[in-house]
Design a protein around this ligand. Sequence first.
Ligand SMILES: Cc1cc2nc3c(=O)[nH]c(=O)nc-3n(C[C@H](O)[C@H](O)[C@H](O)COP(=O)(O)OP(=O)(O)OC[C@H]3O[C@@H](n4cnc5c(N)ncnc54)[C@H](O)[C@@H]3O)c2cc1C
Length: 450
Amino acid sequence: MTLGSLPSYDSTAVETIGDHAVVVGASMAGLLAGRVLADGYERVTILDRDPLPDEPVARRGVPQAVHAHVMLEPARSMLETLFPGYLDDLTDAGGITIDTARELEYHHDGGFVADGLDSVPMYCASRPLFEQLTRRHASETATVTLRPETHVTGLASDEDAERVTGVRYREDDSETTLSADLVVDARGRNSPVPAWLENHGYPEPETETVSVDVGYATTRIERPPEETTTMLVGTSPPTTQGGAVIPIENDQWMVTLSGLHGEYPPTDPEAFMACAEGLPVSHVADILAANERVAEIRPYRFPSSTRRRYEQLESFPDGLLVTGDALASFNPVYGQGMSVAALDALQLHAALTDGTDELAPRFFERAADVIEPVWQLTVGSDFAHDATTGPKPPGTDLFNRYMDRLIPTAHDNDYVAEELKRVIRLQQDPTKLLAPGVLARVVAPNWLTS
Ligand SMILES: Cc1cc2nc3c(=O)[nH]c(=O)nc-3n(C[C@H](O)[C@H](O)[C@H](O)COP(=O)(O)OP(=O)(O)OC[C@H]3O[C@@H](n4cnc5c(N)ncnc54)[C@H](O)[C@@H]3O)c2cc1C
């Protein structure tokens, strides 16, 4: 399931079901979950170990924040729905909205994908600005409190660990317990919940790991205020390096180069430029050459996409949920993490409409429904590269052979381009690419030419 097949958020659908919900982690997943929980709990407290100023800062707890973050449709639409005024604030802060059909240049598999048919907006800004405004709007929700500089050290539970009853956090030199009816773990991909489960006699969730060994290198360059060029250069075999040029606030572009399977882009300025020149199209290098660099070049390494199968567990304590990257963390080159966090929040909302009975299994089942197609898309694309290792979803090789024909068709066929872009933007399931209208244009292009 993706955005188009899920029921919309309905602010009147959730009744008050508890007194206090605590969210651990005030990054995108935690903030979105916190806002949704505010519909059902009298109070929501969101804790983070970092300072959380009302400024667009790259925090220590979110080291990926200095790198390009593409915001796909689920995150955009959920932010707009949950936080009225978000777009105005983004625009006031220098963020930009582009039309993904006509203004996003997407190069993949030897050509630029055609515009497509629909005008779909995409917000463009730095990740710290996206997060600052999400944080501001979440904290302005009447019953939500943010507690920065609060390092959570563990979960509190009843004697048999059948119910999580709160969290323990470090305060001065001692540990304090904060009680809660519900704790939501949004501590990112290194979430310690699996270890906590094991230590308390529960099975750990099965973890699927698909190794991609991705390297990033990112800088910012000056941007003439009227220029909004936005570009993604994908990595289809044999190409292992790609790039992104995203217009952001302060009249800048963020330029990220990426490389799969150890083909890390360099951080030395001359080598970075040479790497951009080596991409299948010269556009990224041209923009880099024509504009002043205003930031150092920062690296990042991402070893593997990781999915924890909480929905398969037969026993799990009451009063605890896990969301965001802690559930599934995807190869970042596809730009999906914030949007899956948003879809998790939408599924949390849907689960809360049925109260708190069996909340964890119901939520994990729903979250799995939204993670599944994104996982297939991500690891499926990564398995097009021979060096990718890990559990391969059934049907991947066949689907990839089909995509080898579909993407070149999308270079000059707006109908196919539209369907492809709707999948990439996480508006519809990848299976829609097998619908007769697409299939016919891919396998028999001479019959249907538009
Ligand atoms: C290089 C890179 C590029 C990416 N690009 C994109 C992109 O283009 N588009 C996109 O949508 N997504 C992208 N992502 C993914 C995106 O950053 C995440 O999916 C998104 O931040 C949601 O993650 P999260 O909130 O679950 O966890 P995180 O962002 O990892 O946040 C975890 C939070 O938990 C806090 N925390 C951890 N431990 C504790 C503790 N003990 N006590 C209190 N607080 C704690 C941390 O301080 C942090 O705030 C990218 C990721 C990477 C690595």
